[in-house]
Design a protein around this ligand. Structure first.
Ligand code: NAD
Length: 422
């Protein structure tokens, strides 16, 4: 089987949430293991005429609430255990948002930077050939993830259509707009997080005039959240990327910082303009602020640096940026963490909108996408906040409990032991 260590760490969050609910033990038992995991070896012809093989996986973790949904990542460190864990997270993320989906995930162990564009196309088509019996618009719907993008989704949808002898755009989301992608998918993750913060602003104590923000990671999620908050009057006092960090207590203009990054390769190149100065990655996370947005990688706030975090609220746009040990430290400091399965769920929500539009054959305006996303984020955000207040538990546990209630209702609707023994 696969390395269970990563998954067992993730399961701790479910077990913690279950303590606060009256859930049948059969539900927890069902959610402890993936329903289906397929491992294959993809063989492709390289540009130099040689043949190379790559190991690949697809996991459908749980489909009680609907077809499974989750991205495909291309990464040299991908593993079966990681795929299972990511699929478990997707199960809970879709349930938090009440999307009619279960959770899935896929990966290829490959460093895509070593492959030509044509080789990546062959690899992507080979993936779909291998998993064509597992994926499908009513069964399992992939999307982009680390090192995969909309063009790759377009190739995959095309390959699936060739195998099925008919176009099937709803088999995959995150496609280019010209191939059935949805408007508003580009900034959906950040926008969802932004709507969540706005909805809970007063409860989080962010409604005053001192609204200082630090953003770690300046890619898709980081750039968009900085822009949205900046144009709403928040002051962005620190920004980092993998190569450096810049701070300015008077506020940074995210568009100007992005220009510097695009021109010179890092946000740090923006230092020395006005009172902006270059700082270290550790200093960035310790900056005094009201809202800290980790938007880079997992495990960035850990046992070693959690005590130095100096914020009121953490908005987890990255997946898994705060370790369980750091969670406990932040909780003691009174920091509120808006957890990833809720905070970054705007991305999968607009992916769901793309799937709905593909099936309807009717496409929405950008305003419609924004309004629908806002409605869902606000309503689920309020429910998780209410669960936190009612039970006196951290937001993360509340989000898991909220999701687990929905999963439990679906699993229990098929009948558990008490039903069958009368
Ligand atoms: P991206 O590749 O566009 O950007 C990542 C950014 O993080 C880059 O600017 C990179 O330089 C920076 N970075 C990397 N290591 C860093 C470090 N140690 N310190 C500071 N910055 C660092 O990726 P993205 O799509 O913005 O995703 C970011 C995170 O958000 C990931 O955890 C991803 O899983 C999560 N997420 C993204 C989406 C989405 O729709 N894009 C959806 C859900 C979750």
């Amino acid at each position: 089987m696969y390395d269970m260590e990563m998954l067992s760490h993730a399961l701790v969050r479910m077990d913690e949430a279950a303590k606060h609910l009256d859930v049948d033990p059969e539900v927890i038992e069902k959610l402890r293991f993936p329903k289906e995991m397929l491992s294959v070896r993809l063989m492709i012809r390289m540009d130099d005429g040689s043949r190379r093989s790559f190991v690949a996986w697809r996991c459908r973790y749980d489909d009680t609430r609907g077809p499974t949904k989750g991205g495909i990542r291309y990464h040299p460190d991908a593993s079966m255990g990681e795929v299972a864990t990511l699929a478990f997270w997707m199960t809970f993320k879709c349930a938090v948002m009440n999307l009619p989906y279960g959770g899935g995930k896929g990966a290829v162990r490959v460093d895509p930077r070593e492959l030509s564009k044509a080789e990546i196309e062959r690899l992507s088509r080979a993936y779909v050939q291998a998993f064509a019996g597992m994926i499908g618009p009513d069964r399992d719907i992939p999307a982009p993830d680390v090192y995969t993008n909309s063009m790759i989704m377009g190739w995959m949808a095309d390959e699936y259509g060739s195998i099925m002898r008919q176009p099937s755009p709803a088999v995959i989301t995150g496609k280019p707009i010209a191939l059935g992608g949805s408007l508003g998918r580009d900034d959906a993750t950040a926008r969802g997080g932004y709507y969540l913060v706005k909805q809970l602003e007063a409860s989080l104590g962010l409604d005053g005039s001192r609204k200082r923000v630090v953003v770690q990671g300046f890619g898709n999620a980081g750039v968009h959240i900085a822009r949205l908050l900046h144009s709403d009057g928040y002051r962005i006092v620190g920004i980092s990327d993998s190569r450096g960090a810049v701070a300015n207590p008077d506020g940074l203009d995210p568009n100007a910082v992005l220009d510097a990054k695009d021109t010179y390769g890092s946000v740090a190149a923006y230092a020395d303009r006005g009172s902006a100065r270059r700082i270290s990655q550790d200093e960035l996370l310790a900056l005094e602020c009201d809202l800290l947005v980790p938007a880079a990688l997992e495990d960035q706030i850990h046992e070693g640096n959690a005590a130095s975090i100096n914020t009121k609220v953490v908005l987890e746009l990255a997946n898994g940026p705060v370790t369980a040990e750091a969670d406990a430290i932040l909780e003691k400091k009174g920091v509120i963490v808006l957890p990833d399965i809720l905070a970054n769920a705007g991305g999968v929500t607009v992916s769901y909108f793309e799937w709905v539009q593909n099936r309807q054959g009717y496409y929405w305006t950008l305003e419609e996408v924004h309004l629908r996303l806002k409605t869902i984020m606000e309503s689920e955000g309020e429910k998780v906040w209410a669960m936190r207040s009612e039970k006196g538990i951290p937001m993360r546990t509340a989000a898991y409990a909220h999701a687990l209630q929905r999963l439990a209702s679906a699993i229990e609707a098929h009948g558990t032991q008490p039903f069958f023994v009368g």
